[in-house]
Design a protein around this ligand. Sequence first.
Ligand SMILES: [Zn+2]
Length: 248
Amino acid sequence: MIELLLVGFFGACIGSFSSMLLYRLPEMRTNKSLTLSSPRSYCPHCQSSLNLWMLLPIFSFLIQKGKCLYCSQRINSSYLINELVHISIILLIALNVGINCIGFIYYLIFTIFYILFFLDLKHLFLPIYLNVSLILIGLLINVVFNIFTSYQEALLGLVAGFGSLWFINALFKIIKSKDGIGGGDFILLGGLGSIFGISSLGPIILLGSSFSILIYTLSDRTKREEIPLGSGLILGAIFFYLIQNIFI
Ligand SMILES: [Zn+2]
């Protein structure tokens, strides 16, 4: 029980860290004075720096009833939601996979998926360092632990995942003289291929493109001109994994 409480607390910290990344990574592209560590986290309304315990929205929502301690403005509930999702997922992994190295890898992959999903959804931004981390994690876990597939499948998945979207985009570019698919999407599909293997790519692309179109259809068209393919591919990969492991 103590172990699960500690795991939940760790999930809450990473949930809070994810909120910070989702806010700062897109901003850092234009605001060069902003880094991951500076300035310290602050209230977006009154700019007051937050104390250590205020960084965990679950505590600040309980104690301050969802309002800033300094200016009493309401805190955006997405911070609390990020934290609750992370706590739920890390506990699900701890109970089903175990509190061990493999469980940690599952949670690490989930966290990168989570950040990439929302960055692409809101900003069509798939940072190369997160995409490349997925490729490295995929190759490492399948070469060393054979967690999701064999290392041959993982290597072929990387090449085919990257190559297939690159090829489609190259054809599009010849016909339309502009890019049809963002470069981040090629690397992301390469990463998904290296985690789940080449045979997963067909279902992931099929599910992923359906989810992307669904997101586009449900979005406000006045604000969205491009389809967030990366977000769809991530949902496709998660559904592919769940279908394969839970329902079959
Ligand atoms: Zn404030």
